[in-house]
Design a protein around this ligand. Structure first.
Ligand code: HEM
Length: 228
């Protein structure tokens, strides 16, 4: 095996790692967005769901064990995903200048990878902000969160226009990331064929749109007074 072939093979392995860890995130994100939509069903439904997350199988698994296991899995997948992204980025930077193929990258590819990189950074910053907001309750916007239920914390937060905006911008970045990510994942897993490109594109756009709107509906609902 030549050095070039070996490099290409490890690139494919890294891309598959990204695809699989990315797919895990898409599943989490869709599930999370679906859970948040319970805001439209009232306080009992949403608070009951938040309670269930902490104690999903009472009498069998002690409270919080499931949540901590899931948090650990999420953190591990995030680490794997980011590490693989950095590895691909460093390899592409090194290759530039020596490899003719990389030098003749199309503008579209460069644009996509740049969007993915910056989108990824915005999402990482958002995750930190989001955990400080709703998990550790460090940023308490619109009230004393320790005195509020999960439902009331959502209402207190998204009654402010700047919080709607603070979530909407990263979610737009996430939607773009998911769109390109789904597309690349399908290609990396080897299911992409020229005649299926239209369908794959349609699937990628649909998943991205579902993620954006499903997440943003509760904040919009609160802001415009449909949820109070
Ligand atoms: C409008 C968008 C979003 C809203 C309103 C929202 C809301 C929430 C709320 C209320 C919680 C706390 C749940 C609880 O009390 O148990 C939470 C937790 C969390 N959210 Fe979101 N979320 C949004 C988007 C996202 C996105 C896009 C991601 C990931 C990319 C994400 C990742 C997380 C994580 C990792 C937790 C922590 C779960 C935990 O360990 O307690 N969220 N979110």
């Amino acid at each position: 095996m030549t050095r070039k072939t070996r490099a290409r093979n490890t690139s494919v392995a890294t891309k598959i790692t990204m695809a699989v860890s990315g797919l895990f995130f898409v599943i989490f994100v869709v599930f999370h967005a679906y859970g948040n939509l319970k805001m439209f069903m009232g306080p009992e439904a949403f608070d009951g769901y938040a309670e269930w997350l902490r104690d999903p199988i009472p009498h069998l698994i002690p409270p919080m064990w499931f949540l901590w296991a899931f948090r650990a899995l999420l953190a591990l997948s995030l680490l794997i995903h980011v590490e693989a992204a950095l590895r691909l980025w460093i390899r592409a930077r090194k290759a530039r200048g020596t490899d003719q193929y990389v030098n003749h990258q199309t503008l579209a590819t460069t644009y996509a990878s740049r969007t993915m990189r910056w989108g990824g950074v915005i999402i990482l910053v958002f995750i930190v902000f989001h955990i400080l907001h709703f998990t550790t309750l460090t940023f308490q916007i619109g009230g004393d969160y320790h005195m509020l239920t999960p439902y009331e914390r959502m209402v207190a937060s998204f009654s402010n226009w700047y919080m709607v905006l603070a979530y909407m911008i990263p979610l737009a970045a996430l939607a773009m990331h998911v769109r390109h990510g789904v597309w690349s994942a399908i290609a990396s897993l080897g299911w992409s064929k020229k005649r299926r490109e239209g369908w794959i594109n349609a699937i990628a756009i649909t998943v991205a749109a579902v993620v954006f709107f499903a997440f943003m509906l509760p904040p919009f609902g609160i802001f415009f007074g449909f949820i109070s």
